[in-house]
Design a protein around this ligand. Structure first.
Ligand code: GUN
Ligand code: ZN
Length: 648
């Protein structure tokens, strides 16, 4: 069986491909619940697939099994024909009915074998639904029994198996249950959360998702049982939930409840045509109120399902764009419970940091929680380290600039000591040298700080009023570049790189640092995130400068000739990466003898190396035979300018 493959990511959230016998599921995906009795399926399964674009679905094997007539039909026709759905079909096991009705009549083996017989693509272990309010003893019993059943199920089942994660409200039980699921399951299905979802208890949901997270194998898709409202998709995706399932689209429709990405609204209150989904194009919501109950239920179910599908598209796009936290914050501003849930998530920001990308295309301030995003926590943690001893300026007196203080700054302090200039930013004081770096370097938000401080930096860092302006600019640029080296590679590497005296090229239009050159060659290209990315020339220097294993990914010998020639590094050929790297980092790809092969940009996070067997581990940025980088701007102003003192 082929395995889950990660295509793109934003933190834990990922776009992936999960192959099943009836086709590949593109994640994140919603598996709509199909009624086991096709006569009672409110939207025809075929329409769900073809018109809503939902290519995979789920049904309850237990409800099928319980009805002698349906059971017989499923066993003779097979599940896909019975439900008229030619795509990946997952079956649930009956644990939810245990939650709803108190017991199930089938044994775990019986229901597992039934799922096998009817041709389910993904069978689910009959787990014990542990209620969020269960006692520690009951929760532990539920986790142990679920684990035992999962072990037996794994022995019987050759095909894909979903192993539920239970544990109630107890973090250590959630963690242990996630470990067992990761060992035995092809799909890790977080269960026992329906009451939390129904009652909008999102802080508790955040806590248990965080508790399970470190034990969930990154190379397996994660499912969240019973989550099927558009308000939760972005939130849950942040924690790395890849699959959702729910019958809510229909349940809500039965009580005239309209799903919107911001929340739920009663149909009776809608007087304007606020939606133009495929259902609302046929009958706009305000008119639907007047229609007979049966038509209302069907059309509203179609609207609800379309609203879910649309929100999942937004989530997928946000993962591509690196804007999922922004989307989650915008959704959370719509509902206080969700806001509290997201707040609980950012309190656990440290769990997110190892999979945080180095940068994203922009940082958009979206809510009061924006300043607590993992990217900010990571930046501030690094800044604290840097200024505590690793940075070149920690010993200097600090002056923090605000837009209001710009005109009254002293040109040097009274004892003539060098100064460490900082800008007041929404996430606290940041050294001027780091103002081009993500997140402050691509800050989009209300005018809480003046990003133009970057432009005036050389004028502000006026330590000697008698100094010629060109020299001042040159000295500022030296500080700026030196600080970036230190930020990216540490102080001792920065000192060595400084000795190269690379020439800093700035954008003529924005003044931002763009390249670091020497003798007509580019050694580093500075991204929009303010980070210098090495070319082949720069990489050779870094490789000499940084002690192994710093900055490196070791490539398996089979793949060495390919990587050397500039071919993508696949996950199966990269066993480990330096834990100082992140997704998106430029890394030195080396062989077992630490010979430099290429520069790659990581897709996987260091903890994920050695786990995935499919997909890309790093794309190649440059290698020995790659052409020189394209110069973006014609004859940019070169900083530093010719030294006038030398010419004299
Ligand atoms: N559906 C909703 N919650 C659950 C759960 O905890 N386990 C299973 N198997 N199905 C569910
Ligand atoms: Zn609609």
């Amino acid at each position: 069986m082929r395995e889950f493959e990660l295509l793109e990511r934003d933190g834990f959230a990922r776009l992936g491909r999960f192959p099943t016998p009836h086709g590949t599921i593109e994640t994140p995906a919603l598996l709509p619940v199909l009624h086991p009795d096709p006569k009672r399926q409110v939207i025809p399964a075929r329409e769900i697939r073809d018109r809503f674009g939902l290519r995979a679905a789920i049904t309850s094997s237990y409800i099928l099994w319980r009805s002698p007539e349906l059971r017989a039909r499923a066993e003779t026709e097979g599940l896909h024909r019975l439900l008229d759905f030619e795509g990946p079909l997952m079956t649930d096991s009956g644990a939810f009915q245990q939650h709803a009705y108190g017991s199930v009549e089938a044994g775990p083996e019986e229901i597992l074998d039934f799922q096998e017989r009817i041709g389910s693509d993904i069978a689910t272990v009959l787990d014990i639904f542990v209620e969020p309010g269960a006692s520690p003893e009951a929760a532990q019993r539920g986790v142990e029994e679920t684990a035992e059943r999962a072990r037996r199920a794994r022995e019987r089942r050759k095909g894909l198996l979903a192993v539920p994660v239970q544990g109630g409200a107890f973090p250590e039980l959630r963690y242990r249950s996630a470990q067992v699921a990761s060992e035995l399951g092809d799909l890790l299905a977080i269960g026992g959360v329906v009451p939390l979802l129904e009652q909008y208890r999102f802080p508790e949901l955040a806590q248990l998702l965080l508790a399970a997270r470190p034990a969930l194998a990154p190379q397996r898709p994660v499912h969240l049982f019973g989550a099927g409202h558009p308000v939760v998709f972005a939130f849950a995706a942040l924690f790395g939930v890849d699959l959702f399932d729910s019958s809510s689209y229909h349940k809500f429709a039965r009580r005239d409840a309209v799903m919107l990405p911001e929340g739920t609204v009663a149909l009776a209150s809608i007087r304007e045509p606020i939606c133009d989904c495929l259902a609302c194009q046929e009958v706009p919501l305000p008119e639907l109120r007047e229609r007979p109950p049966e038509e209302r239920e069907r059309q509203l179910a179609r609207h609800n399902l379309a609203a879910c599908a649309k929100e999942l598209s937004r989530v997928r796009q946000a993962i591509r764009d690196g804007t999922l936290w922004e989307l989650a914050e915008r959704r959370a501003s719509g509902h206080p419970a969700l806001y509290q849930g997201l707040k609980a998530a950012v309190r656990g920001a440290r769990w997110f940091v190892p999979v945080e990308p180095d940068s994203r295309p922009s940082f958009r301030w979206s809510s009061p929680l924006s300043g607590l995003r993992p990217s900010v926590i990571r930046f501030l943690a690094r800044l604290a380290l840097w200024s505590a001893g690793k940075g070149p300026f920690h010993q200097f007196p600090r002056i923090t600039l605000t837009p209001g203080s710009l005109r009254s700054v002293p040109s040097s302090d009274s004892v003539g000591a060098p100064l460490w200039w900082e800008a007041a930013t929404p996430i606290g004081p940041v050294p001027l040298e780091l103002l081009e770096v993500y997140p402050v370097g691509c800050w989009v938000g209300p005018e809480l700080f003046d990003p133009d401080l970057r432009r005036v930096a050389p004028d502000l860092v006026e330590e000697d009023p008698a100094e010629a302006p060109e020299l001042r600019v040159a000295r500022w640029t030296g500080r700026h570049v030196g600080a970036l080296y230190a930020w990216c590679y540490g102080a001792s590497a920065a000192a060595k790189l400084g000795e190269l005296h690379l020439q800093a090229i700035r954008s003529a239009r924005t003044g931002r640092l763009r390249r670091l050159d020497r003798e007509g060659h580019t050694w580093f290209v500075v991204g929009n995130d303010g980070i210098p990315y090495p070319t082949w020339a720069g990489a050779k220097e870094l490789h000499r400068t940084l002690p192994a294993p710093q900055g490196r990914v070791v490539v398996a010998s089979d793949a060495v000739p390919f990587v050397e020639a500039g071919r993508t590094l696949f996950a199966g050929f990269a066993a480990s990466a330096d834990w100082g790297l992140s997704p998106g980092s430029a890394a030195l790809l080396v062989d077992g003898e630490d010979r430099l092969l290429a520069v790659g940009r990581l897709r996987l996070a260091p903890p994920e190396f050695g786990r995935f067997r499919r997909g890309v581990a790093a794309e190649i940025l440059s290698h020995a035979r790659s052409p020189p980088p394209v110069v973006e701007e014609p004859s940019p102003a070169a900083w530093p300018p010719e030294n006038p003192a030398e010419g004299a």
